[in-house]
Design a protein around this ligand. Structure first.
Ligand code: SAH
Ligand code: SF4
Length: 491
């Protein structure tokens, strides 16, 4: 979500006349799009800002802006800690950035603007996309849940859903420009349909399954993914839509957080271990080869060794193809931060290592079971580690797995193209396919990537019930560095 917001920031700045700085150029503007999901994201920002202070003092006119969740959380504190910052903007007013930069320049004074609620959907802002072949599309922003560890609702606000027609129009706009893969984004996609911004759009519990099926009708769209569903609200109609819509990928990210019912209750996650495992069974019954990934927090306040064993037990049974594992990080203002029985750091660290060791073993054995199978890969640019000697390229399988493959004599394979190959070896976090390429299909995405063309999407839809207002008034051109994302985990 954060990475996608950065694409909106880039689009907005380009529309306002800024030009992306080259890798080695000294930028006139640096924008930090920050994350606040865990404490280390905070620390990273202030470290980065300190590095920029001497650069800015030697470069008259240079501007620094800080946006995103951490800015929303810290507000004036950003300027107090780093007085050389020019603009602080929050999660609800990304669209104000160009005007705030102008005002800071004109008034020669830092501008801080943080709103309490969403000004307009980020999707009604122009976007400059990072990838020629894969695109993010938001279905909603914000979250109505109250997980006790999570800072997202306080920084992103209540859930607001986009109209299905607007979502589909944006997907089509991307596909028209060659994109073959789309990931639908929301903090809880299963709640989609219950909080439409448009008062004329009827509430509809089945809206997400319907959206997936509608994506199935878009010609040229080869792969549809989504993140994140919520185990409490995940319904059978979504499983059926996934299984029956050929371009929806056999991949599911299903955040577990903890395997202990007691801890899930304290987290205010309303599903329990049995329901969670039941969902996985249903998904696998409908899609036997689905790869299921998860998020797990270790060391939530009050977590005992027995609770942690319950997490290990679920992990053993769930056979996740991979897991994002996090050490619990107290977030200001969340109920869990002040709960008694915070788990000591050494205990958390030790449990975390045990969890990783178990999941690595499962990742490897799941991946090994794929040796000898044929896979379809969407070739990607610069993802994962490649061996220089073997000159492997990298692609993503339909189930989301990363595969390093040897292109052999097949000339001209480009990121964005689609190939078939056979898996010859496995590691915990990737597969190897060294026996050569069975087929190679050149795609429009590959053409676009080769020509360094990435899609731009014009504002789509209405902003919170109001008609879309036009792009911001252009300002004088200044070279802009790419907006840098935070930890990138809050997708
Ligand atoms: N909406 C998604 C989660 C978004 S945050 C969901 O409900 O699954 C991404 C992940 O960050 C969470 O799934 C959780 O595992 C992790 N996370 C969130 N807050 C955290 C905290 N305070 N400490 C450690 N991990 C946290
Ligand atoms: Fe919402 Fe996810 Fe945070 Fe829970 S963890 S409050 S569902 S964003």
């Amino acid at each position: 979500m954060n990475v996608h917001d950065s694409e909106r920031i880039s689009g907005l700045l380009e529309d306002a006349g800024y030009v992306r700085a080259g890798e080695d150029d000294d930028a006139d503007l640096v924008v930090f799009n920050t994350c606040a999901i865990r404490e280390n994201a905070d620390n990273k920002l202030y470290g980065n800002l300190s590095h920029l202070a001497p650069v800015k003092s030697q470069r008259p006119g240079m501007q620094i802006a800080v946006g995103g969740c951490l800015a929303q959380k810290d507000k004036d504190t950003v300027i107090a800690k780093a007085p050389w910052v020019d603009v602080v903007f929050g999660t609800h007013n990304i669209g104000s950035l160009p005007a705030l930069l102008d005002r800071a320049r004109h008034n020669e004074e830092a501008q801080v603007e943080i709103l309490d609620s969403l000004e307009r959907f980020p999707s009604t802002l122009p976007a400059k996309r990072d990838s020629a072949y894969s695109g993010w599309v938001s279905v909603s922003v914000g979250c109505n849940n109250t997980c006790t560890f999570c800072i997202v609702p306080s920084l992103r606000g209540k859930e607001v859903d986009r109209r299905p027609g607007d979502v589909l129009a944006e997907v089509r706009a991307l596909v028209d420009q060659g994109v073959v893969e789309v990931t639908l984004l929301g903090q809880n996609v299963n709640a989609y349909g219950m909080s439409f911004a448009d008062p004329d759009q009827p509430r509809n519990r089945g809206a997400f399954a319907e959206l997936l099926r509608a994506c199935g009708d878009i010609e040229g769209l080869e792969r549809v993914r989504f993140t994140s569903p919520h185990p409490a609200e995940f319904t059978d109609d979504v499983i059926e839509a996934m299984a029956e819509t050929p371009n929806v990928c056999p991949q599911l990210h299903m955040p577990l957080q903890s395997g202990s019912d007691r801890i899930l209750k304290a987290m205010r996650r309303s599903y329990r271990q049995t329901r969670f495992l039941g969902i996985l069974d249903k998904v696998r019954a409908a899609m036997p080869h689905a790869a299921i990934t998860t998020d797990i927090i270790v060391g939530f306040p009050g977590e005992t060794e027995e609770d942690f064993q319950a997490t290990l037990d679920v992990v053993e049974r769930a056979r996740f193809s991979s897991a994002f594992t996090f050490q619990y990080s107290p977030r200001p203002g969340t109920p869990a931060a002040t709960m008694p029985d915070q788990v000591p750091a050494d205990v958390v660290g030790e449990r975390y290592q045990r969890l990783i060791a178990l999941q690595e073993r499962i990742c490897l054995s799941e991946n090994e079971s794929l040796t000898g199978t044929e896979v379809e890969l969407l070739v990607v640019a610069d993802e994962g580690r490649k061996s220089a000697e073997t000159r492997r390229m990298t692609g993503r399988a339909r189930d989301g797995r990363l595969v390093h493959f040897a292109p052999g004599d097949t000339a001209g394979i480009r990121p964005g193209d689609v190939i078939h190959t056979v898996v010859t070896a496995a590691a915990p976090h990737h597969l190897i396919a060294d026996a050569g390429v069975l087929s190679h299909r050149r795609t429009r995405a590959g053409d676009a990537h080769e020509q360094s063309r990435t899609p731009t999407t014009a504002p789509v839809g209405v902003g919170l019930g109001l008609p879309t207002i036009g792009p911001p008034v252009p300002t004088p051109a200044t070279a802009a560095a790419p907006a840098s994302a935070g930890c990138g985990s809050c997708g």
